[in-house]
Design a protein around this ligand. Structure first.
Ligand SMILES: Cc1ncc(COP(=O)(O)O)c(C=O)c1O
Length: 393
């Protein structure tokens, strides 16, 4: 050290010690192949290949050319909150007061706000495995405990009211997080099992958070909203998936009336407000639903190509692909290490998928998640490449 005091290392907090997202490692490996001139079919990333609705982009352009982009009210632009409330009436025939809508920086911020508003440090929250990893990682960073409930085909890969109450009897739970359609499986709960689970949870004093980010992308059965069933449940949603607006970072919550003010105080301090341009675009996105329905028809076609094409190619066991844009494939007949399998499939077949270990610490070694949010041509090529590769290995 020249003339300076010796540099002392900063010690990272224990709570920051959350696991990485393995999909990022797959993406980095794919990028290296592409940088060297190779072609990769990207089925690892859970984001639409299509852009935001034209109505959203036009509204953002017009806003940029107009008044300065300042902060907004912490709970969101009032007209956007009203428009989101109207969406519940239009889509589900459920009246929701605009005062209960909180606009957030993607659903990701919605989870942080919901967990902070509902739980104390040390509280226990039930989550299904396989499941979206940030649920448990956000909870652990906030000092809460996630209680992983293993799901199987016996309950169609969902937590049932019986499983929840059994876990609660073993050691009390303060919360349960449900997602239908789910990530990584794409599997949905029937309206009846969804309602039974919410009723059982609330009967036992367990707070419910319903991640509805994949609503709108339902193929096998219609998605049910927790907003119909309970005013106590927190509903979390986003413009990222159905509206193809991942990078705009805008989502929303439907909060119980008594949590709106606590969430507002939290968001005032944590974020001030959500990016204004994104809120303006989000409001206009609702007028672009015809365009988004076209995108959804593309996912349906991709889903068909994979469900018909992958079995003869050598991958024939999937969890029920009811919604979202994921296929969760069992590869136990091919490997005991899906991370290594994904790496080899990327290097040798040029198809990137996400190893299941991201979503299920125990059984993930036998699963791969494929995202079918890309083009139909890519799906057909992926089927061919995977088939050709599996015939060789
Ligand atoms: C199940 C689920 N919930 C939430 C998110 C977070 O999305 P965003 O913060 O973009 O709304 C994702 C993203 O992939 C997801 O798959």
């Amino acid at each position: 050290m020249t003339g300076h005091t010796a540099r002392r290392m900063v010690t990272a907090s224990a709570r920051s010690n959350v696991p990485p997202f393995m999909v990022m490692d797959v993406m980095a490996a794919a990028a290296r192949i592409e940088a060297a001139g190779g072609r990769v079919i990207h089925m690892e990333v859970g984001q639409p290949a299509a852009p935001a609705p034209k109505t959203a982009i036009d509204a953002a352009r017009a806003a940029l050319a107009g008044t300065p982009i300042g902060y907004t009210e912490t709970l969101g632009i009032p007209s956007l909150r009203a428009r989101i409330a109207r969406f519940y009436a239009e889509t589900y025939r459920v009246p929701v007061a605009p005062e209960r809508i909180v606009v957030t920086t993607g659903s990701s911020a919605g989870f942080i706000l919901a967990f902070l508003a509902m739980f104390e440090a040390g509280d226990r929250v039930a989550i299904a495995t396989p499941g979206y990893p940030p649920y448990r990682h956000i909870l652990s960073a906030l000092g809460c405990e996630s209680v992983l409930i293993e799901t199987t085909p016996a309950t169609r890969w969902a937590i049932t009211s019986e499983m929840l109450l059994a876990a609660h009897a073993r050691q009390p739970l303060q919360g349960v997080l449900i997602a239908s359609p789910a990530n990584p499986t794409g599997t949905m709960m029937s309206a009846q099992s969804f309602a039974r689970l919410i009723q059982a949870a609330e009967g036992a004093g367990i707070n419910v958070i319903s991640d509805e980010i994949y609503h709108g992308l339902d193929y096998a059965l219609p998605a049910e909203t927790a907003a119909r069933l309970s005013e106590r449940a927190v509903v979390i949603n986003s413009f990222s998936k159905y509206f193809c607006m991942t990078g705009w970072r805008v989502g929303w919550m439907v909060a119980p009336p008594e949590l709106v003010r606590p969430i507002e105080r939290l968001q005032q301090n944590l974020a001030i407000s959500v990016p204004t341009l994104s809120q303006i675009a989000a409001e206009a996105a609702f007028e672009g639903r015809a365009e988004m329905e076209e995108v959804k028809r593309g996912y349906q076609e991709n889903r068909r190509i994979l469900l018909e094409g992958l079995p003869p190619a050598g991958l024939d066991t999937f969890l029920p692909a009811d919604g979202a844009f994921y296929l969760y494939a069992n590869v136990a007949h091919l490997t005991d290490d899906s991370f290594d399998f994904a790496k080899r499939m990327l290097e040798q077949a040029g198809v990137a998928a996400t190893p299941g270990a991201d979503f299920d610490p125990v059984r993930g070694k036998h699963y791969l998640r494929f995202s079918y949010a890309g083009s139909a041509a890519d799906m057909r090529e992926a089927v061919e490449r995977i088939g050709g590769w599996l015939r060789k290995v």
